[in-house]
Design a protein around this ligand. Structure first.
Ligand code: F6P
Length: 533
């Protein structure tokens, strides 16, 4: 595309321009390259871009027909082409009352119905109206799921712990490693524990293995099959499989093929969150999602936050050759946000062929990683400041604290701002010399600067703010997928490993003769078998 080539040429010119110079030439960059919308303030001035860069990036977006693709998303077209499905996570928070037809059926009444049932069961548990099999109040919820059926509610329950109602504790178990489930169950009693089995397919190995174990744990105590119906709920797009497993039909909460796992928090997958913060808190979060959906649908590209973040990501990945991207929330409550985003971005856009199946000659999703500020400053920030590779990062913060606690919050914010400054402007040899730093130490203490960061500030960590923040990244992922010309809503890359594990299991257990593996895998099987005895 001519726009791509123009950006490549422009990137060569920009290589010589340090962020220090950009701020000198344009002292008002901090305001020029900042946008506030839907309660989120994004300052992207500390990225190596000029008005020309952004102009070229917006032209690229236009030439990739971004607005037409956005229309297709919100029209419910089957843009998940390899699975022939529409992509409708946004409908889960649409409060307009408009019908949305999928294969001739209006899906909106179903969405509302499931949400009402979620609210009802959450209230019953909270009010002690739904009791355990032995008549005890349910005080613990153990959510069993993995990937998109785990990361969203796990992240959100942690993020919104300030709003959690007392009397109910929510736990998450995802890993096949038995230590995950056993560490959780160790301190719990079957009498007051409710399980939610969350799996879109209701067939995922990890979740089904953990659910089977949990069921055994319960039955060992109650020795009555009827207990399973009191103590298990299901969240799934395969309700018949859940019923067959033994869960009461009335306790199966459906979501649908057109909700991708990694986009499913606002669906029934959010049930543990609703139990924790209540139906009104959940509704607040949905309103936040919807505010960002509306912003993304309506704002011009130049002031559209998801579009801006997406284009900056493309600029870094494809024209500045950054291979990773760090996300650093200055909020302990957002400690699971980076791992949530890992699935959202990398499972969506970690693709190597375009929408026609042709192998790409440019980079798609960078490796996303991160940790919370200020902890991360004492761990990996050294590399961000002085390492040999440039890692663009998002520094996320909240202007107001949830709890007044001396001046901890102001200190947090000061650190966020300081890191952005240090990354961008660094410390020169001249500055060090002026401070009489011994010459032998100068090379070690020099900060080259010119390290990009984007500050993303929200007002306060409320359910609505969390919804906005998640939707911001969801739409960023969509925009990048359009520009990279890839299919963002399938995940075929996770299948092969699952199939091979199924084939290797009987060999590892000695139930099937080995043969056919490569010599490395053969050797590993032999070693494990020897040591298993
Ligand atoms: O293995 C990847 C994946 O398919 C994710 O996309 C999905 O979120 C996760 O597994 C869990 O799948 P399920 O909800 O069907 O158990």
């Amino acid at each position: 595309m001519p726009e791509w080539l123009a950006l490549q040429r422009h990137a060569l010119e920009m290589r010589k321009r340090h962020l220090r110079d950009l701020f000198t030439v344009e002292p008002h960059r901090g305001r020029r390259f900042a946008v506030e919308a839907a309660g989120i303030y994004v300052d992207y001035s500390k990225n190596p871009v000029t008005a020309e860069t952004m102009g070229l990036l917006f032209s690229l977006a236009r030439s990739c027909r971004l607005t037409a693709e956005r229309r297709r998303l919100f029209a419910g077209e089957k843009i998940n082409a390899t699975e022939a499905r529409p992509v409708l996570h946004w409908a889960l928070r649409d409060s307009t009352g408009r019908a949305l037809m999928v294969d001739g059926v209006d899906v909106m009444p179903r969405i509302l119905q499931v949400r009402e049932r979620m609210a009802a069961v959450s209230e019953q548990v909270a009010a002690g109206e739904r009791l355990g099999h032995g008549g005890r109040r349910l005080e613990h919820v153990v959510h069993l799921g993995i990937g998109g059926s785990d990361l969203g509610p796990r992240m959100a329950c942690r993020a919104l712990r300030f709003y959690s109602r007392p009397g109910l504790q929510v736990h998450f178990v995802s890993n096949l490693d038995p230590s995950h489930l056993s560490a959780t169950l160790r301190d719990l009693s079957p009498e007051n524990t409710l399980f939610i089995v969350a799996s879109k397919t209701f067939s995922t190995q990890e979740t089904m293995a953990n659910a089977a174990h949990a069921r055994g744990w319960l039955l060992k105590h109650f020795a009555d099959e009827a207990a399973v119906r009191r103590h298990f709920l299901a969240v799934t797009a395969a309700p018949a499989a859940a019923v067959q497993w033994g869960i009461d039909e009335a306790d199966v909460f459906e979501f649908w093929e057109w909700v991708g796992g990694r986009f499913s928090l606002p669906s029934a997958v959010g049930l543990p969150l609703m139990m924790a913060i209540g139906a009104e808190g959940f509704a607040d979060m949905l309103r936040g999602f919807e505010a960002m959906d509306n912003h993304f649908r309506q704002a011009p590209l130049e002031r559209n936050l998801p579009v801006i973040l997406a284009l900056l990501g493309i600029w870094h990945a494809d024209f500045r050759l950054a291979r990773t991207h760090a996300v650093v929330p200055y909020s302990q409550d957002l400690e699971h946000f980076p791992s949530y985003l890992q699935q959202l971005e990398m499972e969506s856009n970690g693709k190597r062929v375009n929408r026609d199946g042709r192998v790409l000659e440019y980079a798609t999703s960078p490796v996303l990683w991160g940790g919370t500020g200020t902890n991360a400053q004492h761990a990996f920030f050294q590399l961000l400041h002085q390492g040999t590779q440039v890692v663009p990062c998002d520094l996320i913060g909240f202007c107001r604290p949830l709890e007044p606690y001396a001046d901890h919050h102001e200190q947090m914010l000061a650190n966020l701002l300081a890191q952005g400054q240090a990354l961008a402007f660094g410390k020169t040899r001249a500055e060090l010399a002026a401070q009489e730093v011994p010459a032998t130490l100068v090379p070690f203490r020099e900060f080259s600067g010119d390290r990009p960061s984007t500050a993303i500030l929200l007002e306060e960590l409320t359910p609505a703010a969390l919804g906005k923040l998640i939707a911001l990244y969801e739409h960023k992922v969509f925009v990048q997928g359009v520009i990279w010309d890839i299919l963002s809503f399938d995940q075929w890359g996770v299948e092969l490993g699952k199939a091979l594990a199924r084939r290797l299991l009987p060999k590892l257990k000695g139930e099937a003769p080995s043969g056919g593996e490569d010599s490395s895998t053969r050797g590993l099987i032999d070693h494990c078998r020897k040591k298993m005895k």
